[in-house]
Write a protein that binds this ligand. Structure first.
Ligand code: IMP
Length: 433
């Protein structure tokens, strides 16, 4: 399999990192093609825990080369911090990690712009505050975008920032709406000096990563694409406007890395056994049932708090309407069901099989968020189980009710379940095929 993609089929945080880890030595390159430091994954290296948000999860595997593709937006201090943290733990990425010269750079004004926009009374998205949206806006707007390659040309960078920053200062004033006098204007030369410092650290990693990947594929190397966020956060096909600003579906691979789709032969869709979401937006199966309710219980047992922002995640039942939709968009060949152990002890479980809207039953995912907001879930109830699942390693050893739950999830989504995860550890895994 030259190309494999691991993609989340819900609203992110589906534990994709564990699947990447399970693929083990099955690939030579690992590539991120979308998003930035808004993603969050926890990796354990020699007993030490790291929270990575910009580097791909696969970066920690020995002999694997890592690529941050052109579709990623890069905040240089984060890149430097994560590379240094891993180096201190004995993982030297100086030769093995490449970053596209076409990737766009996040500057302090992107974060400030986002902070001001999100602190207004209206139009909040509930973003991670990492400057992701404003940076992508500048990328497609073209006038103000600055790419990684441009950081390596000092005079050019200074000139660009002298053009961009005064405009951004005016924009931030407009966003500050009534508090403009409290804003301290940003200084283009100070930002240039700061980013030229970062450029020195980035320089050895900067490359034409599309060509590098073309050459790797031509040489028969195996490439793993790690999608960041989840498919329902995809800017085109997700629950717009409550989405991220990039293509988080596998459709983003071609644009975000330069690797044509025909090279990606296996698409692994990752889902939780329930659903979570961070930030605003419609969520038909949300369990908003108070501090003693099932939602809070799942949140506690599943430790459902954002890796990047620490925000409590919204929690709900598994939504097969949504996952059928994203599995089709992703072209998923199989699904892996994560965190099944978290559901132990609940007397009964619910699976959403359809929605009801205006008195009618629909089995397709509505094409816009406003419609989705009006959908009410139609549930099928499945008996729960009391047993702890964390030591189960074979499908046949699962309690009958848990087995029925997994079978039904696969049936409703219409795809084979290839992996069931029953705990965070690599060993706490049921390999179905
Ligand atoms: P942004 O990507 O920071 O612009 O945030 C847009 C939306 O995507 C917000 O609802 C975030 O909570 C959500 N989001 C972004 N990255 C992730 C992620 O890695 N996991 C889950 N949600 C995310």
């Amino acid at each position: 399999m030259p190309g494999t993609c691991v993609v989340g089929l819900q609203w992110g945080d589906e534990a994709k990192g564990k699947i990447v880890d399970l693929l083990g030595d099955g690939f030579d390159y690992v590539v991120r093609y979308n998003g930035g430091a808004n993603a969050g994954h926890t990796v354990v290296v020699h007993g030490k825990t790291f929270k990575l948000s910009l580097l791909p999860t696969g970066v920690i595997r020995p002999n694997v080369k890592s690529v941050i593709g052109n579709g990623v937006v890069v905040y240089p201090p984060k890149f430097i911090e994560e590379v240094a943290g891993l180096k201190a733990a004995g993982i030297d990425l100086s030769e093995s990690l490449k970053i596209s010269d076409h990737a766009h750079v996040i500057f302090p004004y992107h974060m400030e712009e986002e902070r001001l926009a999100e602190s207004g009374a209206e139009g909040k998205i509930g973003t991670t505050g990492r400057g992701i949206g404003p940076c992508y806006q500048d990328k497609v707007g073209r006038r103000f975008g600055i790419r990684v390659g441009e950081l390596l040309r000092p005079d050019h960078l200074r000139e660009r920032l002298r053009f961009v920053v005064p405009f951004k200062n005016r924009l931030m004033k407009a966003f500050a709406n009534g508090h403009a006098d409290q804003l301290v204007p940003m200084e283009p030369d100070a930002i240039t000096d700061q980013y030229l410092g970062y450029a020195d650290a980035l320089r050895p990693h900067v490359a034409d990563t599309s060509r590098l990947l073309h050459e790797a594929l031509a040489a028969g190397k195996r490439v793993l694409f790690e999608a960041a966020q989840g498919s329902l956060l995809d800017v085109d096909h997700g629950t717009y406007p409550y989405v991220t600003s990039s293509s988080s579906l596998p459709s983003g691979i071609w644009g975000g890395s330069g690797v044509p789709a025909k090279n990606v032969q296996r698409i692994i869709g990752v889902v939780k056994a329930y659903t979570t979401r961070v930030g605003k937006g419609p969520f038909p199966t949300e369990l908003d049932d108070g501090p003693t309710g099932t939602g809070e219980r799942i949140r506690k047992v599943g430790r459902e708090y954002g890796t990047v922002t620490g925000r409590p995640r919204r929690v709900g039942w598994f939504d097969s309407v949504a996952v059928r939709y994203t599995a089709a968009l992703a072209g998923a060949d199989e699904i892996t069901v994560m965190l099944l152990d978290v559901l132990s002890g609940l007397p009964e479980l619910k699976l959403c099989t359809a929605y009801e809207v205006d008195g009618e039953r629909v089995t397709h995912f509505p094409s816009d968020s406003y419609q989705l907001d009006r959908c009410r879930p139609v549930y099928e109830t499945i008996q729960g189980w009391t047993e702890d699942l964390t030591a189960v390693r074979k499908l046949t050893d699962l309690p009958a009710a848990a087995r029925r739950y997994i079978d039904r999830v696969g049936e409703l989504v219409g795809l084979p379940v290839s992996v069931v995860s029953v705990g965070p550890d690599r060993a706490q895994t049921i390999l179905v095929k």
